[in-house]
Design a protein around this ligand. Structure first.
Ligand SMILES: [Zn+2]
Length: 342
């Protein structure tokens, strides 16, 4: 069936020199994929600008206009961290549209699975406000598309970025049609993601937050995925799995304090692939969120493609975390109790 990727040079035009969420991130990724001969094994899915109808299922028209006008005036900031340049609006439309196209290709059976290599990232973007380097919430827009245009009833969004995806949580907090699972350093930016945030109304029980202390690594993440996420997903029976793939939980990342290695990250991707194969005919689409150590980011994406293709191959030039890792046994037990998995 094949594995697809989405990429477009417009993603490089959203850029602010010296900012950690820079064009260099994608340049490094594409350079390594090319050098390793990975691109020729993949199907290229074209990015197109997301339609206003699709975008405004998740964002207010007023906020969309604010971003467009800021870009038209040459740029500005939505908050201290979140810049808009003259090309950022167009790049952000193409980021959301690129991911939607990847989801469409998978749901139509044109490819088995996919990874959208898009910028700017999305999971912090709220319906009426961009924040945390994010302009439009790509994964939320794609989930709405799958639910409302493709007739799906259950979409799992798994978010292993080191930051909590507050925008994605907010978008689906009172709905059962999206099960949102997130591992994140806590307390940390953006401040949300307590384990007791489990959703509300019809959505109660469909937010699965896994707040982590500093120092959790390969073993801890592996246990959380195997012992908590997997049974949770088995019970939910998703028809599609979307992944907010952030690689800033690596031990060498400059922004956070977790202990995952490239090998540990690859095992998470392999688990998600196995889960999709078991539960939803392999329908699995990754989208790029954070990850600020450039070498880590490039190898992590390369390894993820190997996992999506079903290869065993893992590249880990940085090796295991230098420090021993924090145990998560009690947290896993608490989460299983809270979500009635015992
Ligand atoms: Zn992040």
């Amino acid at each position: 069936m094949g594995t697809a990727y989405v990429y477009d040079p417009i993603y490089l035009e959203h850029n602010l020199p010296g900012h950690p969420e820079s064009r260099e991130r994608l340049l490094q990724i594409m350079g390594l994929l090319e050098k390793q001969g990975m691109l020729e094994r993949l199907v290229a899915v074209e990015a197109t600008p997301v339609s206003m109808e699709r975008l405004t299922r998740n964002h207010s028209q007023r906020y969309v206009d604010t971003v467009r006008q800021m870009a038209d005036r040459g740029g500005g900031h939505l908050d201290l961290d979140t810049y808009v340049g003259s090309r950022s609006y167009d790049a952000a439309l193409m980021a959301a549209g690129g991911l939607v196209n990847a989801v469409e290709a998978v749901l139509e059976g044109e490819v088995g699975n996919a990874f959208a290599l898009v910028r700017p990232p999305g999971h912090h973007a709220l319906t009426a406000r961009g924040m945390g380097f994010c302009l439009f919430n790509n994964v939320a827009v794609a989930a709405h598309y799958a639910l409302e245009e493709k007739g799906l009833e259950r979409v799992l969004v798994a978010d292993f970025d080191v930051h909590h995806g507050n925008g994605t949580q907010d978008a689906f907090y009172d709905q059962a049609s999206v099960l949102y699972f997130s591992t994140h350093q806590y307390p940390y930016y953006p401040g949300t993601g307590d384990w007791r945030e489990i959703g509300r109304g019809e959505g109660e029980g469909y937010m699965a937050n896994v707040p982590l202390p500093e120092g959790v690594g390969d073993e801890g993440y592996g246990r959380i995925f195997d012992e908590f996420l997997y049974p949770l997903a088995e019970r939910y029976r998703p028809q599609l799995i979307l992944v907010s793939a952030g690689y800033d939980a690596h031990w060498a990342d400059p922004l956070a304090a977790m202990q995952l290695s490239l090998t540990g990250y690859t095992h998470l991707a392999q688990t998600l692939k196995a889960m999709a194969d078991d539960l939803c005919q392999g329908k699995l689409v990754f989208t790029l969120e954070g990850g600020y150590k450039l070498e880590v980011l490039a190898y992590a994406v390369l390894n993820t493609f190997h996992a999506l293709l079903g290869d065993e191959e893992i590249h880990d030039p940085l090796g295991p975390a230098p420090r021993s890792e924090r145990d998560v046994g009690d947290l896993v037990d608490q989460l299983k109790g809270l979500h009635r998995l015992v």
